[in-house]
Design a protein around this ligand. Sequence first.
Ligand SMILES: [Zn+2]
Length: 419
Amino acid sequence: MNEKREFIRKDVLDRFLRYVAVDTTADEANEHSPSSPGQKELALILEKELKELGLTQVECDSSGYVYGTLPASEGVSSPALTFCAHMDTSPSEPGHDVRPCLHENYGGGEISYADDPGLRLTPHDSPEMDEYQGDTIITASGKTLLGADDKAGIAEIMTALACFQKDQTMTHPELRIVFTPDEEIGRGTDKIDIKRLGQYGYTMDGSRAGEIEDECFDAWKAEFIFTGSNVHPGFAKGKMLNAAEIAARFISQIPEDETPAHTEKREGFFHLTGFSGEENTARFAYIIRDFEEDENRGRIAYLTQLKETFEIRYPGLDIEMTTTHQYQNMLRILEQHPRVTELAVRAVQNTGLTPIKTAIRGGTDGARLCYKGVPTPNLFAGGHLFHSKREWIALGAMSKAVETVIELSRLWSEEPKNG
Ligand SMILES: [Zn+2]
């Protein structure tokens, strides 16, 4: 192992262990940014470390976003690049008192957890484990998530910056780093200062080593309020409009084969996210997802038509339907800037990995950045089984992600001024 590789492995591991020790669980019930005090705590640590790494214009702003700029190498005038990762962790599992466990020289087979003897991580559930025999696998202790999503991404970007500080002969364009709060609750880019970002960007928030995600869902939300009218059930004939019951009939008209439990790959769906109701009022909501916006517009049209049919069938019933376009497929933007993905593919290849181009059945901060004017695909951070107590990451995958950031910076430094 050469000296640079050794430095990367040690540095990225040290940083990762430091960052996962801070509880940064996002809190949907809190409207402030960041939504939890631990995120601010981590933001201040990162602010200090960015300064130590020689970055300029370092700031943790009042909304908890951390920015920093690494000036371009001498003679490099290619467009400024952003690397982005998020500081919060998913509220779906506990994120306090994370006790990382290092399974050094992993010999294959299953891994057990100190704090939960019943829990197992097996290559059957996570076949990628087999690729890391002989490497170090990091898990939590069984009581919490690990937080590799996305503290691995933060650690990888930081270690790449540490490499640039150590070896000034490694070339890069101007790098504008940003760490965001509250990505897991959909607010990651709400308060981002787009002027502080580069011309192009990459989020380091993907999973498997080698992955490059340049496509995500087109996403909508449809919310319904049914208002009926209640009458004593003994005397209700021809009078009662039971909002909850009629809403249930409405919901039964959604095709079952177009729900998450029956769809995969490029198939879209309607997903019922909540229902509450009684005779007078019923409320429910759908999220609607597809890679093609036209398909989603078709789903919205179907819901609108269904609403009109129900209004005719139940005179006096009031149906309020509100639709929101939540985010768009980033591919529509990225295909106008093919160089951004092309160079990511080359960088991954040059680190010795096989590039895997995939479409995310979900969203990413990058999707929103794309539509705010910064084309931003998502690159692997190396973790697996995100948002669960079995979340794990291999040190080798983190090292490859660091190398990818470094190589991508080098490739961009050879690009002409306007990309
Ligand atoms: Zn993430």
